[in-house]
Structure formats: structure tokens, C-alpha cells
Write a protein that binds this ligand. Structure first.
Ligand code: 13P
Ligand code: ZN
Length: 300
């Protein structure tokens, strides 16, 4: 399956490819089963912080788990956030991580240089694009600030972030960024926030986020590439539907499945039970929230 073509098809058909995060490896089997049983197409993805701060182990570990359960026609493997500067403000040696993902068979990769200035972000993204394109796979980049991962920013109330459009992706910068960085998909800041990863917030409900749908439309018309929405958990349903029609072709969902898994493990310490909880929630998300049930017919 060619990930680039599938995401492009999603954009052209007003559909979305969900990308589900795997902070705990046993979640993967349950998510794949939910995707197949809903006749959907979705990415399985892991971010660096999920092997640094959760139980993913490594990107190779998730690739091995994926190889056991992947179903052709339904699943794709994506490398999520490889930050250039991480959530603790440390520099990351990002190119070797991207190379490892290419070697491990990932179908697409993300570099997140959004903590750098525009030129720095362009340069880092272009270096990744050169590596990835030589291997024949697409690159996702981020421009603007999808809030939530940094502990220092969690003090700002959500309504203030949205009202002041804090960190939102600027259209003129995005046009320059896409042209010069050669990225294939762009993660945009349009109102969503990341599920918090700070210890004291791990099990807290996310604030119900909104989306600036007009801004999504403007970006889509200016850029004409698939847009990616991060922080997909906890957004009001109507915004999701309208956001997808406006140009969101990939949506990242982490917290919505991580929390049921962790809760189930706390409750019974039984991996099979935790998998059942993830499976049930994932099917609900596909059917009622993302509306991607039966998309395999169109996207594949
Ligand atoms: P949520 O945990 O808020 O769904 O965000 C997921 C994400 O953006 C992963 O990159
Ligand atoms: Zn994200």
C-alpha cells in the first residue's frame, strides 16, 4: 500500500485517515482488529516520546509488533513526532532516528521542528525529506504550535488559546514552508491541543477543543497538500466532520485509546481485558467520531 496515494485520495474524497498512537505495545493488536472489523483504513503510529516516556520500547519494537498483526488493505505504519527539540527542550539527533524508521519499513515519517524558527524548521524538514524521498516515502512536518506537550503551557486556559489563535499556523509562512521544505503533508495548528503527557494530567479529561474550520479551508486552498490534525482526542464531533471536509486528511488520535488501556490495566492488570476496552473504544471512534467505517472500499 502506498501511503502517499492513500492520504491524497482521502483529501480528494473529503475523507480522513486516522493515525492511532501506540504508547503500550499490546494496544496494537486490538486497534488493527477494530480497523479491519470496521472495514476502515488507518495508520498505526509511534512517537519518540512514546518509547522515551511510555512503554513502546523503540520504533523497531513497534515495527515488529506491527509485522505480527498488520492487514494489507487496512493498515499502514507511520513514525509520529520525531522532534528536533523535544518537549523537555533538549536537542535530538533526529536524522539517525528517521534512518532507523526507513530501515524498519515505516511507510511514512514525521519530523517535528516546530520549536525552531521558520528557517530552522524548513532546513530540518528538508534534510528529512531528502532522506525519506530517496527511500520513496512521504514526510509530514509541523508548522505552528499544537499546544499541550509542554508543561509550561498547560497553565493557559483553552478558551484563551482559541480566542487569541495562539500558535496558529500562518498562511504566508505555510506557503513558503511547503515550497522550500518539500514536505508532503503538513500538521497545522488550528485549534486542537495535544493530550497532556505530564504525570499529573495523564488520566485527566482533555478540554473539549474546537477547530477554526475557515482557517483550515484557507490553508488547504493555499497549499493544496493533505493537512494533518494532531491532538485528535476530545474535539467536538461537529468540528471534526467539518474539519475533514475542509482539508484534514490525516488525524492523530492518542489519548482516546491510551486512557482506556491504562484504566483497564489499573483496574484488572489483565492485558486481554485492556485490549477489549481499546478495541471497543476504537470501533466507536471509527464509526461515530471519525466516520471512517467502510472507507477501505474508497481508499484502497
Ligand atoms: P491526542 O493524544 O490528543 O489524541 O493527540 C495525539 C497526537 O497528536 C499524536 O501525535
Ligand atoms: Zn501530535
Amino acid at each position: 500500500m502506498d501511503t502517499r496515494i492513500i492520504v491524497r485520495k482521502a483529501l480528494e474524497n473529503g475523507l480522513v485517515v486516522p493515525a492511532f498512537n501506540i504508547p503500550h505495545p499490546p494496544m496494537l493488536k486490538a486497534i488493527v482488529q477494530a480497523v479491519v472489523d470496521e472495514n476502515s483504513v488507518a495508520m498505526i503510529q509511534v512517537a519518540r516520546l512514546e518509547w522515551e516516556k511510555f512503554e513502546a520500547g523503540s520504533l523497531e519494537n513497534i515495527a515488529d509488533e506491527y509485522a505480527k498483526y498488520a492487514v494489507e488493505g487496512h493498515t499502514l505504519l507511520h513514525l509520529d513526532h520525531v522532534p528536533v527539540i523535544d518537549e523537555d527542550h533538549k536537542e535530538v539527533d533526529y536524522l539517525p532516528i528517521i534512518q532507523r524508521a526507513i530501515n524498519a519499513g515505516y511507510g511514512s515519517v514525521m519530523v517535528d521542528a516546530s520549536r525552531l524558527d521558520l528557517e530552522g524548521n524548513i532546513n530540518a524538514t528538508r534534510a528529512v525529506a531528502e532522506l525519506a524521498h530517496a527511500a520513496g516515502i512521504p514526510v509530514e512536518a509541523e508548522l505552528g504550535a499544537v499546544m499541550g506537550h509542554e508543561t509550561s503551557q498547560q497553565a493557559i486556559p483553552y478558551e484563551e488559546i482559541f480566542a487569541k489563535k495562539m500558535g496558529f499556523t500562518k498562511v504566508d509562512e505555510a506557503v513558503k514552508f511547503v515550497r522550500e521544505s518539500e514536505c508532503d503533508w503538513l500538521s497545522v495548528a488550528v485549534g486542537s491541543v495535544h493530550g497532556a503527557i505530564a504525570d499529573n494530567l495523564l488520566d485527566k479529561k482533555k478540554p473539549a477543543a474546537k477547530l477554526d474550520v475557515e482557517h483550515i479551508e484557507t490553508l488547504r486552498n493555499a497549499l493544496n497538500i493533505p493537512l494533518v490534525l494532531h491532538g485528535g482526542s476530545g474535539i467536538e464531533n461537529d468540528y471534526i466532520t467539518r474539519g475533514i471536509k475542509a482539508g484534514i486528511a490525516k488525524i492523530n488520535v492518542g489519548t482516546e485509546l491510551r486512557q482506556p488501556y491504562e484504566r483497564a490495566m489499573r483496574e484488572k492488570n489483565d492485558v486481554e481485558y485492556a485490549r477489549e476496552c481499546v478495541y471497543t473504544r476504537c470501533r466507536e471512534l471509527i464509526r461515530d467520531f471519525l466516520h471512517t467505517a467502510d472507507d477501505a472500499k474508497i481508499l484502497y
